[in-house]
Design a protein around this ligand. Sequence first.
Ligand code: PAF
Length: 289
Amino acid sequence: MTEVAAGTRVVPTIAALRATLAERRAGGASVALVPTMGALHDGHLALVRRARELADVVVVSIFVNPLQFGPGEDLARYPRSLDADVAALTALGVDTVFAPHVDEMYPRGGAGGTTVHAGPIGSRYEGASRPGHFDGMLTVVAKLFGIVLPDVAVFGQKDAQQVFLVSRMVADLDLPVRIETVPIVREPDGLARSSRNRYLDAEQRRAALVLVESLRAADAAASAGPSELLAEGVAAFGDHDGVTLDYFVVVDPDTLLPVPDDYRGRALVLVAALVGSTRLIDNAFVEIG
Ligand code: PAF
């Protein structure tokens, strides 16, 4: 945790990554993994900073995982900016960037092979609109855990359902890795940072604020109970040209199931919407009652 990386190595193969990490581990170093799909923004960099606090060696993976994209989704146009990403990570003292080619990760193809099934929560919310997304996400995360063997892996709270499912997988499959969650990083006006924000034009960027505004309204109504909270949140979302609300739910953070109306205590509000053709998600913890 006191070491400063001399330079950032970009490693494209599993064998080379394993070799370099085995050496570091033999010297007593602990390892943190930050899995990403690149196009790094301040939200990712917050994960990396936390990883640096937690372990001696930080590995950031950059891999746009085809398995977690559906047929009509943005796999082909997903932003890719490896050089800029590596420069940002070097500035933060990251030791190793694992940037494999798709054939390195899926030499026999992906979908036809062994995959992780996300279970019932995987087909709700994001999973309902993006069938198979969480199976693909968990499959690559499980592979990365097997490749890197991290002591700790760092994820962002912005993808609340993702971090819930990764934690579930780790518990259910007894994987020896600790999951660390970092709070959402927001733009000054409140928009949650996302690699997909760069798809928004100026008008859509303004319209996108409705997600965080609806969460704020829900929070303000939380003391009145779940249905009031939902009613206020959805009302604050309102109707906007080019913005389609997908879901607005209040869930128990321990189960990710919708809370009953007599629920009191800490809850998580999840919202997703299409702004133009860009899918955005956001969430906030609230205290009900
Ligand atoms: O959150 C992401 O960027 C991806 O879902 C992850 C965890 C890197 C897996 O591809």
